[in-house]
Design a protein around this ligand. Structure first.
Ligand code: HEM
Length: 130
């Protein structure tokens, strides 16, 4: 019987949810601490649905970076975001803010395998969508 290898990104996210529930509030708190000017831009997002959609796209990209739509979608969002005042370097920082939050939430359970997988995927997505 063969055992499916578990994707380290998916495994780390499962652990985050098990330990801390939805990480979105901590991720956005970290974003707003680093870039306070971005908070007001979410004023339309009363229910949190836009923030959830944005985070879902980031998770999808990291779990399936070779998916047929991922790179095009991120390229399109890059251009949209630049249009409403989020330049490329800030846009790119969001992936790292997600990593840093998940690492903090997992504490000692964050492994070198998780770190290596996240770093490689983020660099890959950013490289493919410049
Ligand atoms: C620090 C970086 C980022 C900031 C400040 C930011 C900001 C925002 C804001 C303010 C909105 C809501 C716009 C509205 O009212 O319609 C939004 C929506 C969205 N963002 Fe981001 N964003 C960032 C990074 C990203 C990244 C890295 C992705 C995906 C890879 C992404 C994907 C999306 C998507 C899918 C939406 C919802 C659909 C849309 O309005 O285009 N964002 N973002």
């Amino acid at each position: 019987m063969s055992v499916e290898p578990v994707d380290p990104i998916a495994r780390s996210l499962e652990l985050v949810v098990e330990r801390a529930g939805d990480p979105a509030p901590q991720i956005y708190a970290r974003l707003f601490a680093e870039f306070p000017e971005t908070e007001a831009r979410f004023c339309r997002d009363v229910s949190g649905a836009i923030r959830a959609e944005m985070l879902t796209m980031v998770f999808d990209c990291l779990m399936d970076p070779g998916g047929p739509y991922q790179a095009n979608l991120v390229r399109a969002e890059r251009v949209n975001h630049d249009g409403f005042g989020t330049p490329n370097e800030v846009f790119d920082r969001f992936f790292w803010i997600v990593l840093e939050t998940c690492r903090e939430l997992l504490g000692v359970d964050w492994t070198p395998t998780f770190e290596a997988a996240w770093t490689a995927r983020i660099e890959g997505v950013e490289y493919a969508t410049q």
